[in-house]
Write a protein that binds this ligand. Structure first.
Ligand code: 13P
Length: 239
């Protein structure tokens, strides 16, 4: 699975052109490819993607039902607009809006209830890694998901070390393998889909994908360029 997270990028015309290019990109049936554009462009992009195999996702949503929540979109709206997934708990939202796994549980439940799947992000900061706490921190970010009786078997986890996001730095193969094994251990599911994210590019993809236990990538910056995104998909399919 290769998912592009466009973050707060693309003017409307650029978004539609990029979606069109991704829709025309060739990929194997066994590779699931998706894009998560800014919320405002989800609806027009769902029309661009009609008839294509590209999955559409929201970058975030909240768990509330319809109501007085200025500036928010809920899971039902994202699903209604054509999304089949929603990123939740991205480190940029954890850092800026104080989101925690606990506070995200209603969103996780709401996303699952709509039939979408969450792409739930976890990852340690540089200080946490340097102090040897990376595995514990990520385990703690996952554990609350297990405590509320949700069926999270369809959930995708994205391991995104915070220090690797947008920096050109990537975790080592061994660190990725160790973390992905830990994620599956904590989930108690050997078959869980665990993506890697953090400066995945056409240059780094081969190395990242050679790590055991990587189910694909959550791609930020490089997903804004259709050729680079296609090159990452191609690297995945060569592995
Ligand atoms: P970059 O690929 O730009 O480092 O971003 C990764 C990311 O945060 C994807 O969600």
């Amino acid at each position: 699975m290769i998912i592009g997270n466009w973050k707060m990028n693309t003017a409307r015309a650029d978004a539609l052109a990029l979606a069109e290019a991704v829709a025309n990109m060739r990929h194997q049936d066994s590779t699931r490819v998706g894009i998560c554009p800014p919320a405002l462009w989800i609806d027009p992009i769902s029309q661009v993607l009609e008839g294509s195999s590209i999955l559409l996702g929201a970058q975030d949503c909240i768990g509330d039902q319809f109501g007085a929540q200025t500036g928010c979109i809920n899971a039902a709206m994202a699903a209604d607009a054509g999304c089949s997934m929603a990123i939740l708990g991205h480190s940029e939202r954890r850092a800026r809006f104080g989101e925690t796994t606990e506070s995200l549980l209603p969103a996780v439940a709401a996303v699952l209830e709509t039939g979408m799947f969450p792409v739930f992000c976890v990852g340690e900061t540089q200080i946490e890694r340097e102090s040897g706490r990376a595995l514990d921190v990520v385990a703690e970010q996952i554990r609350p998901l297990l405590s509320v009786g949700l069926d999270i078997s369809g959930m995708v986890i994205a391991y995104e070390p915070v220090w690797a996001i947008g920096t050109g730095l990537s975790a080592t193969r061994l660190d990725i393998e160790e973390m992905h094994a830990t994620v599956r251990d904590v989930l108690g599911r050997a078959d869980a889909l665990v993506l890697y994210g953090g400066s995945v590019s056409p240059e780094s993809a081969e190395d990242v994908f050679s790590a055991e236990g990587v189910s694909g990538a959550l791609v930020g910056g490089a997903s804004l360029n259709a050729d680079k995104f296609a090159a990452i998909v191609a690297a995945w399919e060569r592995k």
